[in-house]
Write a new protein. Structure first.
Length: 103
């Protein structure tokens, strides 16, 4: 597994345990698992759509639209599934507002 031995994996697990705590690790795992599941689902949906889009005249614009749709769907699902990411995005938006206010 990426050249990591059991010792390295145990050290990584202990660090994660110390950073997040025992109560939050299952929540994080559940959120990440759900996000990965949704990503795979969206990827399957998008892979079906290019067949329909190839019939049109603008293949390049269809690919751009489908990639932006994919990105938007993935971002939405990650924000729903992982509360920590949602909090980070909110903090980033607040920081941007403060920067604009200062200027």
């Amino acid at each position: 597994m990426f050249g990591l031995g059991p010792t390295e994996l145990i050290i990584i697990a202990v660090i994660i345990l110390l950073l997040f705590g025992a109560k939050r690790i299952p929540e994080i795992g559940k959120g990440i698992g759900g996000a990965i599941r949704e990503f795979k689902k969206v990827k399957k949906e998008i892979s079906k759509e290019p067949d329909d889009n190839n019939r049109g005249s603008n293949n390049a614009s269809a690919k751009d639209a489908s990639s932006s749709d994919l990105e938007a769907k993935v971002v939405e699902k990650v924000l729903e599934q992982v509360p920590e990411v949602k909090k980070a995005v909110e903090i980033t938006k607040k920081a941007e507002k403060v920067k604009e206010f200062i200027k």
